[in-house]
Design a protein around this ligand. Structure first.
Ligand code: NAI
Length: 326
């Protein structure tokens, strides 16, 4: 099997190379993101391996089909970037890595939350300048605050465990509630109006695009903190920016952004960015943005490589595809 791995970064190659020693696949590491223009680069490969900001739409899938690709092996949990129904209709199954380290993402959401509520980014810059003043750095305790968890799947549950460790009360919203000790499920409005922290752990679907919008932000406490480590388009970024400008939110920490494709994972430090909304969000004192790195731990990267190659092996051996997206 020949695999064309798109959007390769040095850390992807490092972990795939190490894990592939046990599989022996022929992997071509390609830098471009997979889309309708770059799909032709997969010519000669049996499998393509896209990442989160690749655009695997109908046109890209047609080109993959034309070039002999037989399997799309996403190396991510999210699959909103892939028209998997269309791929299935032309005989190309789509597989993904449903769980690699839910802890990686859940822990990152708390890293963001703590940095935000304790103003760590400001404190860090100050002490680097030998400014040891504490003025303006007062934060809040998380202890006994209410955490609103939207989506109680693998990552949401890992986050709930962390929240409980901080002594937080947990409210949850999920169309498919589970029995989780110490967690109270509510409707979305109740969660939004009662939570001190609202954190998103649900997938992006056609139904929940801009789940957080002007109306839902208005329903939140003016002091609430919004955390998003899921997918950018769950939040209407313009509405978020307006709310922050009007001080209708305590702050926001985002690991994902709805227009992140083409910006995140790239170094634009010498040119700046054209996206004014993102630039303005980054400039706010109560906003922290990371570049979709929630998954970026050594444990998760190894697990992603292993599951991706396991998925490909199942396909090669004609076995049922455990992680097929349907
Ligand atoms: P999961 O499939 O285990 O859980 C998702 C949960 O969200 C399910 O319980 C589902 O019922 C619920 N849900 C679906 N629609 C909802 C809605 N409209 N409102 C509330 N809940 C809803 O998924 P997992 O592994 O917990 O991942 C969640 C998301 O995290 C992924 O879909 C992906 O978008 C994102 N993610 C982000 C990463 C990062 O690096 N920042 C890395 C991995 C995943």
């Amino acid at each position: 099997m020949k695999i064309a791995l798109f959007d390769t970064k040095s850390y992807d190659k490092e972990h795939f190379e190490a894990v592939n020693k046990g599989y022996g696949y022929d992997i071509e590491y390609l830098t471009p993101e997979l889309n309708s223009h770059t799909a032709v680069l997969a010519k000669g490969a049996d499998v393509v391996c896209p990442f989160v900001n690749c655009t695997v739409d109908r046109a890209a899938i047609d080109s993959l089909k034309e070039n002999g690709v037989k399997l799309i092996a996403l190396r991510s949990a999210g699959f909103n970037n892939t028209d998997y129904n269309y791929a299935a209709s032309v005989g190309i199954p789509v597989v993904r890595v449903p769980a690699y380290s839910p802890h990686a993402v859940a822990e990152h959401s708390f890293a963001l939350l703590l940095a935000l509520v304790r103003k760590l980014t400001h404190a860090y810059v100050r002490t680097r300048e030998f400014n040891f003043s504490l003025s303006g750095l007062a934060g809040i305790d998380l202890y006994e605050k209410t955490m609103g968890v939207i989506g109680t799947g693998r990552i949401g549950r890992a986050a709930i465990d962390i929240a409980k460790g901080f002594g937080m009360k947990v409210l949850a919203y999920d169309p498919y509630p589970a029995a989780i000790e110490g967690v109270e499920y509510t409707d979305l409005d109740t969660l939004l109006s009662q939570s001190d922290v609202v954190s998103l752990y649900c997938p992006l679907t056609n139904e929940n695009r801009h789940l957080i919008n002007k109306a839902t932000i208005d329903a939140m406490k003016d002091t609430a903190y919004l955390i998003n480590t899921s997918r950018g388009a769950l939040i209407d970024s313009e509405a978020l920016l307006d709310a922050l400008k009007e001080r209708k939110l305590g702050g926001a920490a985002l690991d994902v952004y709805e227009e992140e494709a083409g910006i995140f994972y790239t170094d634009q430090s010498d040119t700046g960015i054209e996206d004014d909304t993102l630039a303005r969000l980054i400039s706010m004192p109560n906003v922290i943005i990371t570049s979709h790195q929630g998954y970026l731990t050594k444990e998760a990267l190894s697990a992603i490589s292993r599951t991706t190659l396991d998925n490909i092996r199942e396909f090669e051996e004609g076995k049922p595809l455990t992680n097929q997206v349907k």
